[in-house]
Write a protein that binds this ligand. Structure first.
Ligand SMILES: [Zn+2]
Ligand SMILES: [Zn+2]
Ligand SMILES: [Zn+2]
Length: 455
């Protein structure tokens, strides 16, 4: 007996498809996705209309594409669709870089404004296995005197020199000593903590400049772009670019006393000052939320030179973090719907305890507004992965519509309507996802580099 592999059945179906009418349109449809792993199928039709006269210039239906128009999934996360994530990463890179050196309608003058790249961390909720490196050598995880035990009878120290892929990294030395409720509540209110920080930073800067809050707001504008990144212990870090502009935003320089050094000091002070009392103190005990003491603040070079961090490096970091999800902390992809899903989740114990704590607290009244069950698969975090203030630079939407407009212009040119103002009016409905075996074969050939991406 012979067993057909998926590739073999794909080849058979491809040959059959190639012999039928409409093969070329079908193939172009798949090629256009650039190898997207999970495209969306649409059925319907569209008409290209002359905006001035209302004349229908050209109509087309999904039949021209072999029955279904395929659209790339557009997922941000590299673990879900590496192809779409690569595009998202490239856009994020452009957006962050524009806010640092200008471009995409942001003036080049921002390159001379004070800017720092800061990392705000979560505090500790109990000792976890950590890889420590100093002078290029890996150190012991938590050296303690032998014979010291926690109340649950587990050693309080760990002398292991953990390898980078050690599965214990990020896990608590004693899960029963670890404050899971604190960790989950911190994560669920991390967005609020960030907002408090942004307010506190303005307050600190005003005070250091000897101005009132109002006077400061009239002289200096604060812009930022930030991204949340999961650490191995399942808690996020915020990586953030902070820039200070003059009264009119990016077009104007801030007053002379506003320097990069001042900004760096103010970020450190503000991050140390922010406090937030967690909800539900009467149920799980009083907890005051704050950022971790490990705060990394680095000035960004005005020009790509010297010791300072370059604009390109910062844009690269943020773009990379922006395509990661909670899976880097070992969490699951999709939403969890019921408690009976919990024991079957393909996650390590530590992650399961984070998720389980979200589920348990999420059922209690004081935590209702945190929607912990809805966000249990994100280990409690319910904020956006990447956000920026309005004046930082361009938006992802602007970059995407510029690309869509470029494609539309190419189509107008191809049909000979190049200089007429046109509108595409479409009626589409969702008709499924994924690939047939023969389409998967074409997509695979794109991914392995045979064909270029025209998205
Ligand atoms: Zn995709
Ligand atoms: Zn250890
Ligand atoms: Zn213990």
């Amino acid at each position: 007996m012979t067993i057909e592999t998926p590739t073999q059945s794909g080849v058979g179906a491809l040959l059959e498809r190639a012999a039928s009418p409409g093969f070329d349109g079908w193939r172009r449809n798949v090629l256009r996705l650039g190898g997207c792993t999970n495209p969306v199928h649409l059925v319907g039709s569209a008409t290209l209309v002359d905006q001035a006269t209302g004349e229908a210039l050209r109509s087309f239906t999904s039949d021209e594409y072999g029955g279904r128009l395929l659209v790339a999934c557009g997922n941000r996360r590299a673990s879900v669709c590496p192809v779409c994530a690569a595009l998202y990463r490239a856009d994020t890179y452009q957006l962050i870089r524009a806010g640092l050196v200008g471009g995409k309608e942001t003036p080049a003058g921002v390159g001379g404004h004070p800017r720092v790249f800061a990392t705000l961390t979560a505090p500790g909720f109990g000792p976890v296995h950590t890889r420590r490196e100093r002078d290029g050598r890996v150190r012991a995880c938590r050296p303690r005197k032998a014979g010291e035990w926690c109340p649950h009878g587990l050693p309080v120290g760990c002398r292991a020199r953990h390898a980078e892929d050690d599965r214990r990294l990020g896990e608590p030395l004693c899960p029963r000593c670890y404050d899971y409720a604190g960790a989950v509540l911190w994560q669920a209110q991390a967005g609020e903590l960030w907002h408090r920080f942004a307010l506190e930073l303005r307050r600190v800067l005003a005070r250091r400049g000897g101005l009132s809050r109002t006077e400061f707001a009239e002289a200096v504008r604060l812009s930022y772009a930030k991204v949340a990144e999961y650490q191995r212990r399942g808690l996020i870090h915020f990586h953030v670019v902070i820039r200070l502009d003059g009264p009119e935003g990016p077009e104007t320089a801030p007053p002379g006393w506003v320097t990069t050094g001042l900004l760096a000091d103010a970020v450190r002070e503000a991050a140390g000052l922010v406090r937030l009392v967690a909800r539900g103190a009467d149920v799980v005990g009083r907890r005051v939320l704050r950022f971790g003491r490990q705060i990394d603040i680095r000035p960004i070079a005005a020009f790509d030179a010297g010791e300072r961090l370059t604009s390109s490096a910062v844009a690269g970091y943020i773009a990379k973090y922006a395509t990661k999800g909670a899976e880097s902390a070992g969490a699951v992809d999709g939403r969890i719907h019921q408690a009976t899903d919990l024991p079957l989740l393909p996650v390590r114990d530590h992650t399961l305890r984070m998720i389980g704590t979200c589920w348990r607290l999420g059922g209690l009244e004081p935590f209702e507004s945190l929607r912990l069950r809805r966000w249990a698969h994100m280990l409690g975090y319910r904020g956006h992965f990447s956000t920026k203030s309005r004046r930082y630079s361009t938006t992802l939407t602007a970059l995407r519509s510029a690309r869509a407009e470029h494609r539309a212009q190419e189509q107008r040119d191809a049909f000979g309507f190049g200089d007429r103002p046109t509108l595409l009016v479409g009626q589409w409905r969702y008709a499924g996802r994924g690939y047939s075996p023969e389409a998967a074969l074409v997509a695979e050939s794109v991914r392995t580099g045979g064909v270029s991406h025209d998205a």
